[in-house]
Design a protein around this ligand. Sequence first.
Ligand code: OGA
Ligand code: NI
Length: 355
Amino acid sequence: MATLSEAYTETPLHLQHIIPIDFDSVKEVPESHSWPRSGDESPRRILSLDGDHFSLPAIDLDSPDAIKMVGHACKVMGIFQVTNHGIPSSLLREVESQAWQFFSLPAIAKVRAVRSPGGATGYGVARMTPFFNKFMWHEGFTMMGSPLEHAREVWPHGYGKFCEAMEDYQDKMKALSERLLAMILKYLGISEHDIDWPRLRSNPCSALQLNSYPQCPDPGQVMGLAPHTDTFFLTILHQKDSAHGLQFHREGRGWVPVFPMDGALVVNVGDMLHIMSNAMFPSVVHRVITNEKRHRLSMGYFYGPPMDFRVGPIHRLMQTSGQEVAARFRSITVKDYVQMKAKNLDKALSMIRIR
Ligand code: OGA
Ligand code: NI
């Protein structure tokens, strides 16, 4: 069974594109991390006129209309929040606290968990770093299942609580992802016979990504996470209370901030759901700015199909109301798409688009 790490072996990274700077030791923003002050790439550029007053809809998953609302939000925005999601707040606090413990360590200790050049898991900067001229004000820790291999390098005798919290969180996030995906398919009128549901669920490709955006001497100069779309079906994001920074891009509106809402999780559509829905659901472009003088933490759970699964527009979706709708994408295995994205980032989607 292919793994995500195997998909990355063809695109190994240099250590300079893995190991973050020592954020504790910088007194001013280095040139390497200073983004343009104007232009499309500028972190300062917020086109949204009324963005500050916009709040992303929160859908109560226990509501009788939840399926309709989730489907509608996927179609119109590609991003929404959910409440009554079943993830205990005690678990969210515990994962936050474990993540803080890790990111508060000195740089020399964190680097013991460093991601390998062709690997997918461990400590490091965002994998898309080589595609940009400047570095991001960000450090991350990625895991797929048990983080034991990395955690025990960091805490040889005290990794138990960290691993336990991360594994429990991933189990519950997986169940929530399946619940959301089932709701979305139901909204689309897709039955479990229309797609290979048992196989889709049997060995899903998923990852938990802890993100840390350290305090910055001049937040307006740096980019937390550069604009991107997520690769898999969907992402479920928890933002630690008061520290906001996530923004998504809306046509005609610009960058819209997503303020953390107590008890709510952010869900966004990724490339693979965009492909399977035959472009009905947008794979939402988002970024993170470090606009506050405080350390920000978030936890993203990425949920996708197994590595050898073929993603393509769902056949049944193209035969609605007696009319044949043309497929907008050719189908591709998850592994090939992940590799294509590792080599081409945002160009990957257009490479499989049928014109
Ligand atoms: C990501 C991401 C947003 C955030 O990890 O892909 O978009 O708020 N994170 O940290
Ligand atoms: Ni993302």
